[in-house]
Design a protein around this ligand. Structure first.
Ligand code: ADP
Length: 460
């Protein structure tokens, strides 16, 4: 018993010391008073009592000052406790009872909190383990602090198990990914990387890195989530390869059909007049087929393209190039470009953006009314978060009900204005895909017989 609850000797000695101090003080006072006031007993008693009271008062005051701090702390703890756990009337209790109650309460509360923390950690563990992605938490010093078994299997299996506790990120990831983690922590921003290839694993992952904050909103580390997209990547690659192969395989016989058709046309005198229009039709349809496969291939490549080749593009240079190409394609047509360029550069994939604006401007010329001068106005200006590019023409325009459908694959407006104009119905679908890839927006306004205006917004 003495082992489990040792007797608090030092408190006992302190208490005895305090009492001896009182006895000695009283004796000393009695001696001094007896020396000074020899005859008057009443005066002696009064002065002795006053002396003892003063000493008791000062002594108690010094003992109570630290207890006052303790009470103040109790009060603070009380405020943080749930209502039903509060001690009743704190200042009316005996100090030892109060201390005991408070310690008992704190003990009870700490055990409850421990249970809660253990339960929560168990829950988090279950959640982490059951998410099919690989998850890792990295601290400020680039140590992998915590991870689920998917992460361990994928990224740590070839590392020495004894050092797994605090494995450094540079041992697991390549330099670029380590830099991304650092950037997320230092700049306090989320970073997303699509289709990142990990050579050791021979797999592709979409990686999302999110900074982790403490309660003071300070970044203490980062959370990395790795979503395996290897299968998706391979399927998409197969699809692109398939379309590319089909297009290529079809292009060869198509070129030879076109070549033989043109050869026959060249033998003018040997070909009868009835056959000549048929040869022309063969030539035109071969062109159409080639156009269709080219567009299908483009659409498929854009759809599957994982990462854009982003760069700053000079707006003026881009549109000058497109103007030059369009004028070369439609030699002899009256085409006027009116530029109002308020932004110097835009951010995007140059090849795709050239394709996007070429498709829109090509349509403006293609669908223009016969014999009419084509006027294409290109306005570019800066909105708060987006670059805005407007391409307007003075062409035949479209009915309002057509506008919702023209971005669909293979959709072509049926009408007099498009009757003899060749097309696959894929141009605007390609345009929309390119804009979506840039996380932008494309919209159209049109008035029959007045013209059409496409507005493209691309984020800064
Ligand atoms: P395509 O031109 O190959 O038919 P698009 O997807 O480029 O396919 O266009 C879809 C339809 O939208 C076209 O059939 C055409 O009728 C209409 N269109 C597109 N641009 C214009 C324009 N600038 N003016 C009038 N009609 C247009």
């Amino acid at each position: 018993m003495s082992n489990s609850k040792p007797f608090p000797w030092h408190y006992f000695i302190r208490s005895v010391r305090s009492r001896i101090f009182y006895i000695l003080t009283t004796a000393l006072l009695t001696y001094i008073i007896t020396q000074h006031y020899k005859e008057e007993l009443l005066v002696k008693i009064i002065i002795l009592s006053l002396g003892i009271i003063t000493v008791a008062f000062i002594h108690s005051l010094f003992r109570i000052i630290p207890f006052r701090n303790l009470l103040y702390k109790f009060d603070n703890i009380q405020m943080k406790l749930p209502h039903d756990k509060k001690l009743s009337i704190i200042y009316e209790k005996d100090e030892w009872v109060l201390l005991e109650e408070m310690i008992h309460l704190a003990d009870h509360y700490i055990s409850q909190q421990q249970d809660l923390i253990e339960n929560q950690s168990e829950q988090s563990h279950t959640i982490l383990e059951n998410i099919p992605n690989s998850i890792v938490i990295i601290d400020k010093f680039e140590n992998c602090k915590s991870y689920n078994s998917h992460f361990q299997k994928r990224f740590l299996s070839d590392l020495d198990c004894s050092i797994l506790e605090n494995v450094k990120t540079f041992k697991v990831f390549d330099e670029n990914l380590v830099t991304s983690f650092k950037e997320a922590i230092l700049a306090d921003k989320c970073i997303k990387i699509s289709g990142l290839y990990f050579s050791k694993q021979n797999e592709y992952f979409d990686v999302a890195i999110t900074p982790i904050h403490n309660k003071d909103k300070k970044v203490t580390g980062a959370l990395g989530i790795f979503h395996n997209v290897t299968e998706l990547k391979l399927t998409e690659k197969m699809r692109v390869d398939f379309v590319a192969n089909v297009s290529h395989e079809i292009r060869t016989p198509l070129t030879s059909i076109k070549g033989y058709g043109q050869l026959l046309q060249a033998y003018e005198e040997k070909v009868s007049d009835e056959i000549k229009p048929i040869l022309l039709k063969i030539d035109r349809n071969a062109d159409r087929l080639q156009d269709l496969f080219d567009n299908l291939l483009k659409l498929s490549v854009i759809e599957s393209k994982y990462e854009l080749n982003m760069s700053e593009i000079s707006v003026r240079t881009l549109f000058n190039l497109i103007e030059h190409n369009i004028k070369a394609k439609y030699l002899g047509e009256r085409i006027t470009f009116i530029f109002k360029i308020e932004i110097e550069t835009i951010l995007g994939d140059e090849m795709l953006l050239e394709q996007l604006f070429t498709n829109l401007i090509d349509n403006a010329v293609k669908y223009a009314r016969a014999e009419q001068e084509v006027i294409i106005a290109i306005n570019t200006y800066d909105l708060q978060n987006d670059y805005c590019i407007q391409i307007s023409d003075n062409g035949p325009g479209m009915q309002q009900e057509e506008l919702t459908r023209i971005f669909e694959r293979f959709y072509r407006v049926q009408g007099v204005s498009t009757k003899n104009i060749e097309g696959s119905g894929l141009g605007l679908s390609i345009a929309k895909h390119i804009v979506n890839k840039h996380q932008g927006d494309i919209s159209v306004k049109s008035q029959v017989n007045e013209g059409t205006c496409f507005t493209i917004k691309l984020p800064h």
